[in-house]
Design a protein around this ligand. Structure first.
Ligand SMILES: Cc1cc2nc3c(=O)[nH]c(=O)nc-3n(C[C@H](O)[C@H](O)[C@H](O)COP(=O)(O)OP(=O)(O)OC[C@H]3O[C@@H](n4cnc5c(N)ncnc54)[C@H](O)[C@@H]3O)c2cc1C
Length: 222
């Protein structure tokens, strides 16, 4: 089934006065991309990289300026390391000598419930048998750099305030240092609809799906 885009306008700002003023959207006046990714954290940057590698013209918008720090334990688990390897940025991050994590000490009600090697790793033979502690300031910057190297356009200092559907186009409204701006991307690129979400701090695993526009069949998932 195709993702449902029937909601025509989503205001992202919690402060109504921050939202863009209502106006007729004119597609021709906006820079147009194949895909617009909101947020250049690990989820957004990997998504931008993945789309740009497939030849799409991608715009990544983030309200922050990178490198930026992010509250986090900084632990990248083996599956994350394997994505970094696929992206070609693991070697550079490893050259800074990150702390490898192989063991865990699990405490329940003040008592050690388990202390030893992380059991999950043993069952994942194709993955590294360790995670790394990599500060987010360095990690996020490196992943973003890979997305830009793959061809994505990065615009920092851009607060996205609303996402609006106009006919077959998504219009992303954002505010940068010069004022209100917008950019557009089609819902259907070629014969494909691409949609995805970040897991964010909700603890979900994010994903990126591509569907055939005519049948709704899923073509790939990243
Ligand atoms: C205390 C703490 C410890 C954690 N420790 C770990 C850990 O050790 N290992 C681990 O794997 N995970 C950990 N996590 C979870 C991890 O931080 C998140 O899962 C991860 O940051 C999610 O990445 P993301 O790209 O989805 O979001 P983020 O990293 O939050 O990136 C989102 C980006 O979107 C931008 N953005 C948001 N809204 C807008 C907007 N409207 N307009 C423009 N830009 C916008 C932000 O500026 C930000 O750069 C921890 C989380 C917390 C809170």
């Amino acid at each position: 089934m195709l993702p449902d885009y029937r909601g025509s306008r989503v205001i992202l700002s919690s402060n109504a006065s921050d939202a863009p003023r209502p106006r007729a959207s004119r597609k021709s006046r906006q820079p147009s991309y194949d895909a617009i990714v909101v947020g250049g954290g690990p989820a957004g940057a990997v998504m931008s990289w993945s789309l740009a590698k497939r030849g799409l013209r991608v715009l990544t918008l983030d309200r922050a300026r990178f490198p930026r720090e992010k509250v986090c334990g900084d632990f990248v688990e083996p599956r994350g390391l394997s994505i970094l390897q696929t992206m070609g940025c693991l070697g550079e991050l490893e050259s800074t000598g990150p702390l490898a994590i192989t063991h865990v000490n699990l405490t329940l009600n003040g008592k050690t419930a388990y202390r030893g090697r992380i059991p999950f790793y043993a069952g994942q033979k194709e993955l590294p048998q360790h995670g790394y502690i990599i500060p987010r300031e360095a990690l996020d910057q490196r992943i973003l750099a890979s997305s830009v190297a793959a061809g994505a356009t990065l615009q920092e200092g851009c607060q996205v305030t609303a996402v609006e559907r106009v006919d077959g186009t998504m219009i992303v409204h954002y505010r940068d240092a010069t004022g209100d701006q917008s950019a557009s991307a089609p819902i259907v690129v070629g014969d494909t609809v691409v949609a995805g979400i970040s897991g964010g701090d909700l603890g979900m695993r994010g994903f990126l799906d591509a569907y055939r526009a005519d049948t709704g069949e899923r073509i790939w998932r990243f």
